[in-house]
Design a protein around this ligand. Structure first.
Ligand SMILES: [Zn+2]
Ligand SMILES: [Zn+2]
Length: 187
């Protein structure tokens, strides 16, 4: 069975060199849906607690929220960083609080202090799914990711490779047989 969690992500981007309106900087509220698949853990009668999926995923997804997402070769990137530099906000500001954990993968690099994500490829809905899967595949048993942004939507199915050993009291994954949340020990 699957547990399904939804995230709203507000961001600005553009499709550099794309022939259409999307080549201009604009914003969206993107909707990301993550489906996690596993057996039902009988103790909690759940696949995986959705609020835990929220926590694990939002830790990285926060980087995309109220952020600017640009392709690495986009000339807007140095221009914007120059403005942020002159304003003294490139390396953070007291009001920049809801920051995610910085990351660097093959597909994207997050700069939480500048609320910026630099991508290797254009950040289309398809591109976002690739980025998100890569960031979360080792943390969650992902069976499907769907991303909707404006009129664009894409979805990708994955084959979960593991069955997580979960806490019968909390439903979260046990670490070396111990629940990181409540301390339950598997006998
Ligand atoms: Zn767009
Ligand atoms: Zn527990």
């Amino acid at each position: 069975m699957r547990s399904i969690t939804r995230f709203d992500i507000q961001y600005a981007h553009r499709f550099y060199k794309f022939q259409g309106e999307a080549q201009y900087l604009h914003g969206h509220t993107g909707v990301l849906t993550i489906e996690v698949e596993d057996t039902i853990e009988p103790g909690v009668n759940m696949v995986y607690p959705c609020n835990e999926i929220q926590k694990v995923a939002w830790n990285v997804l926060k980087n995309f929220d109220h952020a600017l997402i640009l392709r690495e070769d986009d000339p807007l990137l140095p221009a914007i960083l120059d403005v942020y530099d002159k304003q003294g906000i490139r390396n953070g500001a007291p009001s920049n609080k809801m920051k995610g954990e910085a990351f660097r993968t093959e597909w994207a690099t997050a700069y939480p202090d500048a609320r910026l994500v630099v991508t290797k490829e254009t950040m289309t809905v398809e591109g976002m799914i690739k980025i998100v899967y890569d960031l979360l595949k080792d943390k969650l048993n992902i069976a499907r990711i769907t991303f909707t942004s404006g009129v664009n939507a894409a979805t990708q199915e994955y084959t979960p490779t593991r069955t997580l050993d979960r806490c019968p009291l909390c439903g979260v994954e046990l670490v070396n047989g111990v629940c990181p949340k409540c301390g339950y020990r598997k006998h």
